[in-house]
Unconditional design. Sequence first.
Length: 150
Amino acid sequence: MRKSPLNLDERSQNIILRICTVLYAITLLLLIGAQFYRQFVLGQPTEQWQDIANIITFNVLVLIGAALYLGGIAPQKVKIWHIIALYVGFVVVGLIFTVFKYSVLLKQEVSLVDFKSYFIIVSVICVVLVIGWGLLAYLGNRRIEKRLED
């Protein structure tokens, strides 16, 4: 086990980790607020807030993926209906947010054709995310089991 250059005990390390986690969450929430403010209140064009939206998206996707990989959720404990429920939940939340964004926040007419295209886009994105995160959780579990065997 390697020594920390600061020679912190376990309690001090946990405190620092908690502080970093809280500050990370606050920063992410403030970025989301700034992006929504620019997009919906100020009505700025996409070019002026897209960089913030990309950083938020990348950050959240990597955060969830890393938590699943490092946490190593055991595939035996996850039932197929859990994955289906997670997928359906993602699709419903994504669809509600998309329709709300276009109809209420951007004040655009949402037709049935638009709704169908939103549904297809959200469904495909959610499939990719659930499969990717599922694979990361499986690989993380294998990594942990391998370490336990050694």
